[in-house]
Design a protein around this ligand. Structure first.
Ligand code: NAG
Length: 202
């Protein structure tokens, strides 16, 4: 996963659109130079096995749980704009370390994983009464939310408007392509749609 392999990868997946070629190049750059923020751990995983190894290394345990996004979460960029209200909020981990892997725009599965600790994770049920929604859009969404407790090393650009890094914790929703990893010791048991999946790593 480096710029050196760009032409070989283009050949492997040819024909490739210009947009996909740009995505491939930016993912290769990101994987070659992850540029983690201070205190952040960041790396790419190109297989499930390497994601497990990375999670074990970053979280310091092989007793892990994964939390994939529920199928009710819309794919990024494919959801219409719609008002939701939070129906229920359930904590699924206590305060501790977690690692999130974001699916990257690449012709095969590549995940950009990072850990910015400490966090707490919630499962949030969102409901919409919006009329005029398209058929395939869900009225109810079960989404994972990562709550970053210490934002002092955050990029100021990534903070909400009028909040400086370190002033307040921030929460963000996870997308459909995201996979969250947590040590079994910090997860709070079975939580509805988010049944944690035990991982057995050799
Ligand atoms: C937040 O992180 C910074 C830098 O990593 C550290 O100096 C500070 O003590 C932390 N704050 C809390 C409340 O833990």
């Amino acid at each position: 996963m480096s710029r050196k392999s760009f032409t070989a990868i283009l050949r492997m997946f040819a024909p490739v659109s210009c947009a996909m070629a740009e995505n491939i190049l930016s993912v290769l750059d990101l994987c070659e130079h992850p540029n983690p923020a201070k205190g952040e751990k960041k790396a790419c995983a190109t297989s499930v096995e390497s994601m497990v190894e990375l999670a074990a290394f970053v979280l310091g345990t092989r007793d892990l749980r994964t939390f994939p996004s529920s199928p009710s979460v819309p794919v990024e960029g494919r959801a219409g704009s719609k008002a939701y209200r939070m129906a229920t909020v359930t904590a699924i981990t206590g305060t501790g370390d977690t690692m999130t892997c974001h699916g990257a725009a690449f012709p095969c599965k590549v995940f950009v994983c990072h850990a910015l600790v400490p966090t707490r994770v919630y499962s949030v049920a969102l409901e919409s009464d919006d009329d005029g929604v398209e058929e395939e859009e869900e009225e109810k969404v079960e989404a994972l939310v990562v709550y970053h407790l210490n934002t002092s090393e955050f990029d100021p650009e990534k903070m909400p408007p009028n909040v400086k890094p370190g002033e307040a914790p921030v929460c963000h929703f996870l997308n459909r392509d995201d996979i969250l990893w947590a040590p079994a010791a910090t997860t709070l048991g079975e939580q509805g749609a988010y049944r944690s999946r035990p991982v057995v790593a050799a």
